[in-house]
Write a protein that binds this ligand. Structure first.
Ligand SMILES: Cc1ncc(C[n+]2csc(CCOP(=O)(O)OP(=O)(O)O)c2C)c(N)n1
Ligand SMILES: [Mg+2]
Length: 325
């Protein structure tokens, strides 16, 4: 699909929504209301670009904790995110039972991951095998960080997908760090995408701060998978603009100069500049979109704060079998 002006504006709005919603979650965390935050900031272009190439409710999405912008692009609402963040009863992920950012949504075909990193990737290959056995033309998209890409689960999942030519898009969001461990201490190669050769399918490196480039690479991988030609590994070079999580102090391992350099490459500033130069966005429309997005976030915050917590009587649900008394 050729991206039209409206698509670019939608992508811009989604990136901004993800960023401002993420900023709000940090505020709620610092106010002692949200237990844990893990940010998408710096990954918005990669995530919106990738998810925009999928068909919501038809394709399967097996995301990881950083994928707030993926979720919003597929159809999650800011309120859905807030309900999960604050552990409310109507949280669509788990009814307030999972850690925040362990995303899932039954109707949108979004499958939860578990906290051990990388355990979602074999699930994606399994879903790919089921799709193939049923003869559907859906695809599976799964994501993970570059640190996680060195884990056995990820290799096994990619190997299986290569052997059976499964319709899976493996999407590595490489932000250069696994918490405090820089990439050069995690692996002996520069590009995670190079590993795809070992499984017999293409590996592509994209600039994860360029939403259009990521969209085009993902759309090509989706087409390939739908045609029955098998998996693709896409590595998006991203930036982590925040600490790893709200429980991390990045100042112990990242210098102020490094942080400054990273912030100067902000994907949202980059896309804003592009849209301005192309005449798709101007000062007035930029201001209007920002106000609309903020209103949505404010409303979601108020609604989630007012929403009921899970009933303590349901504490054991999904843990033990329930029997009628
Ligand atoms: C199996 C396992 N080991 C360690 C952890 C702790 N842990 C959580 S996130 C993380 C870093 C992952 O880094 P990366 O895959 O690069 O993703 P990023 O957070 O940078 O997006 C680690 C080590 C974990 N959750 N599971
Ligand atoms: Mg990383």
């Amino acid at each position: 699909m050729q991206l039209e002006r409206d698509d670019l504006l939608k992508m811009y709005r989604l990136m901004l929504l993800a960023r401002l919603l993420d900023e709000r979650t940090w505020q709620l965390n610092r106010q002692g209301k949200a237990p844990f935050v893990i940010s998408c900031q710096g990954h918005e272009a990669a995530q919106v670009g990738a998810a925009y190439a999928l068909k919501p409710g038809k394709d399967w999405v097996v995301p990881y904790y950083r994928d707030l912008a993926v979720m919003l692009t597929i159809g999650f609402t800011p309120l859905d995110h807030m309900l999960g963040l604050l552990g409310r009863a109507d949280d669509p992920n788990s009814g307030g039972r999972q850690m925040p950012s362990h995303y899932s949504h039954r109707k949108l075909n979004i499958v939860t991951h578990s906290s051990p990193t990388g355990s979602q990737v074999p699930h994606a290959s399994g879903i790919g095998l089921a799709i193939k056995m049923r003869g559907d033309d859906a695809v599976v998209w799964t994501s993970f960080g570059e640190g996680t890409s060195s884990q056995g689960d990820v290799h096994e999942a990619m190997n299986l997908a290569g052997v059976y030519n499964l319709p899976v898009i493996f999407f590595c969001e490489n932000n250069g760090y696994a918490i405090s461990v820089p990439q050069k201490k995690q692996m002996g190669i520069e590009n995670v995408a190079d590993r795809a050769a070992g499984y017999g399918f293409p590996g592509v490196v994209v600039d994860g701060t360029d939403v259009i480039q990521v969209y085009e690479a993902t759309a090509a991988a989706v087409e390939r998978a739908r045609r029955g030609e098998g998996p693709t590994l896409i590595e998006a070079k991203c930036l982590r603009l925040t600490a790893h999580s709200s429980d991390d102090n990045e100042r112990t391992y990242r210098s102020p100069d490094e942080l400054k350099a990273i912030r100067s490459q902000d994907p949202i500033t980059r896309f804003t500049d592009y849209l301005m130069v192309e005449g798709i966005l101007d000062e007035a429309s930029q201001k209007r979109i920002r106000e609309e997005v903020m209103a949505q976030i404010n409303e979601a915050t108020v609604m989630a704060e007012r929403a009921p917590l899970p009933d303590p009587a349901t504490l054991e649900r999904h843990v033990y079998a329930e029997h009628e008394a």
